[in-house]
Design a binder for this molecule. Sequence first.
Ligand code: ATP
Ligand code: MG
Length: 259
Amino acid sequence: MLTITVSSLSGGQGKTTTALFLGRLLSRQGFTTLMLDSDPQHNLTTYLGFELSPNQPTLLEFLKKTVAPEDCIYPTQDNDNLFLIPADDQLDTVQDYLSNSGVGATLLKRRLSAISQIFQVCIIDAPPQRSQICLTVIGAADFLIIPAEASVKGYGSLVRTLDLLSGLRDVGATNASILGVLPFRDRWFGNTQAQESRAAVDGMRDEVGEKLVLPSIRESERYKQAINKRTTLSQLGYTDLEYPFEILIDKIRTDIGSK
Ligand code: ATP
Ligand code: MG
């Protein structure tokens, strides 16, 4: 199983949007895919159509190992290849558990190893804060996707995320490498890119190098339409907007092949 965490250390950077469309496309292209919602705001869980009752197991029980791992994994209505370990707002209570465990950064990786034969890809939607949950989801990752708004705020989010990643690598708390930086809400007017967007994306290229900056997610209501209708962009007739995810899937296919 290839584990990919979508992380960016500010709110509203496109983490959940990226995780959702990537997981949906991967599974529709035949990859057995596990999505993992690690944000107590649980937007990914909601976008996938889940309304859990308080006694249903979630990522909280998966981490604490209070039920069998399989009981925390739910099939989705999206398609037969797509599964979810959901979250609810109770997930916040796991922060103390992780910090008291002494092995917080490696705990999720250990838990996922029990189910790594079942799935080809695991996509993790990370929370925006630099919390214990954030550390354990980066600790579990083989690869990181860092979405960042094409703006001054987004550039700052990228820099903070890169700082955290290098700090964690330095102490051996993660082996994750960067799969790509994904500019989010890139604004274009016809063939002209907005000045702020261009400056931010140029800054991202300077930080990580040209090759790691993916084609942008453009500013568009169409992504929200696809989220609300629980469908893909191509099914709504916007195949061109799916291009960043197709490039990501090509990279993932190569990495699965070489693993
Ligand atoms: P959080 O840190 O709160 O978890 P996030 O990084 O997961 O946020 P998203 O929830 O994916 O960010 O996106 C932020 C907002 O942008 C959402 O309301 C989403 O519907 C909206 N959005 C998604 N795609 C686009 C787009 N292409 N253009 C404009 N807005 C978009
Ligand atoms: Mg989110």
